[in-house]
Design a protein around this ligand. Sequence first.
Ligand code: NAD
Length: 360
Amino acid sequence: MEYKIAVLRGDGIGPEIVDAAVGCLDAVARRFGHTFQYSYPLIGGAAIDTTGIPLPQETIDACRSAGAVLLGAVGGPKWDSLAGHVRPEKGLLSLRSALGLYANVRPALLYDQLRSASPLRRDITQNGMNLVVVRELTGGIYFGPRGYREGKEGQEAFDTEVYSIAEIERIAVIAFQIAMGRRKKITSVDKANVLESSRLWRATVNRISQRYPEVTVEHMFVDNCAMQLVKDPSRFDVLLCPNMFGDILSDEAAMLTGSIGLLPSSSLGGTKLGLYEPIHGSAPDIAGTDTANPIATILAAAMMLSSSFDLLEETVAIEKAVNAVLSKGYRTADIYTPGDKKVSCSQMGEKIALEIRKAK
Ligand code: NAD
């Protein structure tokens, strides 16, 4: 079969980690007899440097005409002094909106082989950690009214958290559907003791839950959730979060698995077209050194194969290959401990691609 993928390499470590993931997709293509047709549109700082804007129309068109989008990361100090609307990060936010992607799904799995890389004590990690953060992506405080105004004590700035019932309903439905395929437990995160938008969030989640009687629902304040994640992450299955809380908690969950370089994510809307990317940024501090961990991006490519193309066996082949390479002791710098075999970003990609090709 033939599949079209828009590959957005982006900035910083983006090109390095994306190239490693494309190498793994090529290995999948060879093993399973598929053809992946790649296009390489520009986004972020790379697009600003070439076209003056972070998301050219050709990039939106290329993504819309593809079956899925694979992204590295955008941003970096080179573009930090630009105005907000021409910053690299604006390109990604606008792309998610243009493609109607409102649900960000971020699985956080602690690999047995990487327990020593987790900052948690062994008596905590022995129970394992296998959760999914379902983060609302196109609403909340990142998109609400904002600005500057004259306050009582001079100039002040404000951002506003806004959620409609429809926005909460559609993200809740995705979380319940994911929970049905897992351990059937949802923790809905809010700050309903303080925020009006959170009280609407809680009431709406409760209403949607009536359609899914098999799923257990608990509500948790975000501050408590941040604490419980560190105390016992094994208690969580699906974390359903508004935009900002999900942004923060998923980074926390990422670190508990050993490194932010391990966690993939998918951004989904109502169609098969999804955007797949690591949860981390462009890591300018290590860009160009071939030391980044490409596993998050490789696992994002794996999510893409099942979610957008229904290639379930191919997804499992990538996940097994990552497991096999970790079991053989290969580690990039971020998850390295003495005694491991240290490899570069490109070497890690090649080792995983090799496992994909030779696995039965
Ligand atoms: P970051 O995630 O890029 O980096 C945080 C830390 O984690 C750094 O020390 C970095 O070296 C390390 N790290 C990240 N990914 C890694 C990997 N794959 N392997 C090894 N180490 C890794 O976050 P930041 O430093 O806050 O942001 C840097 C830039 O990225 C900023 O311009 C920010 O706006 C942008 N950003 C982009 C995205 C995105 O494209 N989706 C997301 C977050 C941040």
